[in-house]
Design a protein around this ligand. Sequence first.
Ligand code: 87F
Length: 508
Amino acid sequence: MASKGGTNGKPKPGKKKEVKKETGLGLTYKKDENFGEWYSEVVVSSEMIEYYDISGCYILRPWSIAIWENLHAFFDPEIKRMNVKNAYFPLFVSDSVLQKEKDHIEGFAPEVAWVTKSGKTELEVPIAVRPTSETVMYPYYSKWIRGHRDLPLRLNQWCNVVRWEFSNPTPFIRSREFLWQEGHTAFATKDEADQEVLEILELYRRIYEEYLAIPVIKGKKSELEKFAGGLYTTSVEAFIPNTGRGIQGATSHCLGQNFAKMFQITFENESREKLMVWQNSWAYSTRTIGVMVMVHGDDKGLVLPPKVAAVQAIVIPVPYKDADTQGIFNACSSTVSLLSAAGLRVEADLRDNYSPGWKYSHWEMKGVPLRIEIGPKDLANKQVRVVRRDDGSKQDIAMDNLVEQVKKILENIHESLFNKAKEKRDDCIQKVHTWDEFAVALNDKKMILAPWCDEEEVEKDVKARTKGEMGAAKSLCTPFDQPELPEGTLCFASGKPAKKWTYWGRSY
Ligand code: 87F
């Protein structure tokens, strides 16, 4: 793995460079020099994360939960519009039910956490904590689905899951407990299931592109990388240029009838035939927040896309000696009222024990998209000074059309964050045709688009040939959007005829 935090996912002590700012704020690590330490420092200094005394577990503070809630505020109504209903199933799974999924749980088994005691007494049978809820939910799908009128059954739950990972915990990206939504649906026909897989995937694309300002690639996972319990897996894939790693942003699976067989989820059709349902499952998690930090953050700290920021603009009074301090503070408060009334998320930092300079650094660290400064000159001219977090540009705006202007600037910030991220991502994409080109590109931290024969053995071979300290390369996805594949194009790894273009790289 690329350098991340220390072994506990905690930043390493010592080795810190001198703190730059006279304010005592600011980061000690630079994003392009020491990405892993930079990330650990940013998530803590911005007050998104607090480290906890259990490795791989983190406190999500209000500053990160607000982002989670803003994503929820988009996604939840969208799935309800699709007739998905929310439910809540228990945290615990009995051993016997978990075993029902034995074949598919096999590879995952080491990550399942168990409760073995209550107080000092051993439980008669240990109870597992859900790592995902197929085995919790599907016995009841079997009970609730009887006839075709019970279909489709479409449930979602917002919850936590636990996966006791042993590799390299990283806040948001790989933690032992995380938050997600998991959707589990059942249909009478494969066509309906297929259609939903793509509808959900489109919502995931919108989460990344329209809310987090992160470009993603929609595509299908290889046989080796798909969810083994399902028929096929689709995903949105993002890329972290600093580490040269792909990262799965969210997944939407068609499970086919595999689970229907295992859990006997059947229905009677109009002709009174007993048939098996077709199922899907889909999820996005708090990993979204980590990808956002990695993609947009800079050497001053977090950079928040306006659509998800808890605070979109922070108003800061800049009183000079002999100025009308009360007048300036009043102007700050009325600016907050004006912008809040227009539906924007705006706060004023009126604390008198911090200097304006300290406040600038503080809110820059927290990534607030816009800073609004009000000083004596602004007060006199009925204007405010607006400073963008993403590019540092400043402009004076008349109070008269502040709402309109601020809305426009916030939209502009989203657009430039997305464009900048896309440019950087696109610079990392490299098309190759041969193994030699592939090896060079991998070494250059690229996201590699290569013609592939689509054979599982060949992907295993690619993994084996690239194994090393940095982790092996694997397929990321076969993009739905396929470049032309001229007849006679050969697989980069096997030399056999290529069937498709597929993205490859190291990944999280
Ligand atoms: C870890 C331990 C036990 C992933 C695990 O992607 C089981 C599992 O089944 C496990 N890690 N998975 C696959 C999860 C598949 C699927 N579940 C519903 C999703 C979307 C939401």
